[in-house]
Design a protein. Structure first.
Length: 462
């Protein structure tokens, strides 16, 4: 393995910013550390580079323990987001700098410089100063300089962040081409999902200092294991569903949908189903759907984004499906939908239009789920119940909203003492999928899923 991290932990003022991270990166692999700002990915990269020490754990490069070695002794190349070029030096002098301090002969320095300029498509620009280059060209010089001393590992700390979209795409292509040609192990840190998908052989998703999941881009996108990863790697609709022997049942309509993987056991139990926006179909009527029927909804918003059309659909009243990921904080449930131009031409929709909704594919999160259900039998009691301190505090703790529904509980209820004289049933949700005056879902108990709770758990009601 090129890079091995064993239980690496880094703390600032006693607070872990990198928390017990272990991973292995193979020779010649392009590995991407992906996560939101503050997730600890750049701190981890600096620890690998030797620019930051660690409080616990071990770092090995090509089988050599470098935990306590200086950055120069580790044999890595590092590219920063802000280029970090010497402003008073020409392109040639910047690229040759690492070779000069290593006392490489002038002829060899010139040969290596010309080779690198060809690799990054900057031939003939040897004598220019950084101020005479565009942002993309400066970053190419930074990449060439990092590769000059033939490092065993190349580390990239968000190198495309300051570039516009077109230059960013060109530079991505250049770096990927250089990496493949040289066969050098590369680690890229980014918060851009598209960037990660375009470059990575494997992706590691970080949040709150923890490495939550690792895998190939397609696998992580189609089969995430946690709610945080499901919602961070692109848009996702999260639906409370029932796992049965036959498949997934959504709501009380007994609709069976095929899953992306095998059933999670024969016993019926409640699960969180992930439906990507591109896996949702809309049609004028249920009979014209080519996929499994989910519910009817009203188109709230239509956005043209070029190659794709994005829609936001509100479920019509009475739809027996648990709240989706993109609720706006009220009792309504929303569904995000993405359509290609071909689908747009086949069936055009406008805001306010009622449509039938179908689902082509569902993925079930393997993480366990806990929830509570509270029922009220009238609108007045629903409002009173939703404002009870117990429910408000519980929903706040698990970071979920509680949409209000009026419906009698089908199971035996226990009377709570209070002025409103209503009944509250609090239980582990079973097979009925009942609508409720207040409904919230708590996340799974594992430490890694708790690291994703601020986004993952909240996404069920947002």
């Amino acid at each position: 393995m090129s890079i091995t991290l064993d239980q690496v932990t880094k703390r600032y003022q006693g607070v872990p910013v990198v928390n017990d991270v272990s991973l292995e990166i193979g020779d010649g692999e392009f590995f991407v550390l992906l996560g939101p700002s503050g997730s600890g990915k750049s701190t981890l990269l600096r620890a690998v580079a030797g620019l930051s020490g660690v409080d616990h754990g071990r770092i090995s490069l090509h089988g050599r323990d470098v935990t306590h070695l200086s950055a120069r002794e580790r044999g890595v190349g590092l590219v920063f987001q802000n280029y970090a070029l010497f402003r008073h030096m020409t392109v040639a002098e910047n690229i040759e700098f690492a070779l000069r301090v290593r006392h490489v002969r002038a002829a060899e320095r010139r040969r290596r410089r010309q080779e690198l300029l060809r690799l990054v498509a900057l031939e003939g620009m040897d004598e220019r100063l950084p101020a005479q280059l565009s942002g993309g060209q400066q970053q190419r010089v930074a990449v060439a300089r990092a590769l000059a001393h033939k490092p065993e590992v190349l580390l990239l700390d968000e190198p495309f962040g300051a570039l516009d979209a077109k230059i960013r795409e060109e530079l991505r292509r250049t770096i990927r081409q250089v990496q493949r040609e040289l066969g050098i192990t590369t680690v890229l840190v980014t918060h851009d999902q598209e960037e990660a998908f375009a470059l990575a052989d494997r992706i590691g998703v970080m949040n709150l200092g923890r490495l939550l999941e690792m895998g190939r881009p397609h696998e992580l996108y189609t089969r995430p294991a946690t709610r945080f990863v499901a919602t961070f790697l692109g848009a996702a609709n999260l639906i409370l569903a029932l796992q049965t022997k036959e498949g997934i049942r959504l709501g009380d309509t007994s609709v069976i949908l095929p899953t992306a993987g095998p059933p999670h056991g024969a016993r019926e139990h409640e699960v969180v189903a992930v439906v990507r926006p591109e896996e949702v179909e809309v049609a004028p009527a249920r009979e014209t759907l080519t996929s499994a029927y989910l519910a009817r909804g009203v188109v709230e918003e239509v956005m043209f984004t070029g190659a794709l059309e994005r829609m936001r659909i509100r479920l019509e009243d009475g739809a027996e499906v648990a709240p989706f990921a993109y609720s706006n904080g009220d009792a309504s449930a929303y569904l995000e939908v993405t359509r290609t131009q071909h689908e747009q031409r086949a069936y055009q929709v406008a805001p306010g239009q009622s449509v039938a909704i179908g689902v082509r594919r569902v993925h079930v999160l393997p993480t366990p789920l806990s929830s509570f259900t509270a029922c009220a039998t009238s609108e007045t009691l629903t409002d009173a119940l939703s404002r009870q301190t117990l429910l408000v505090e519980l929903a706040s703790r698990i970071r979920a909203v509680h949409p209000r529904r009026v419906r009698a509980c089908a199971r035996r209820q226990r009377r709570l003492r209070g002025d409103y004289g209503d009944r509250l049933a609090t239980r582990r949700r079973a097979s009925s999928g009942m609508a409720a005056a207040a409904r919230s879902r708590a996340g799974p108990g594992s430490a890694r899923e708790r690291a994703g709770a601020p986004t993952g758990a909240h996404s069920l009601g947002r």
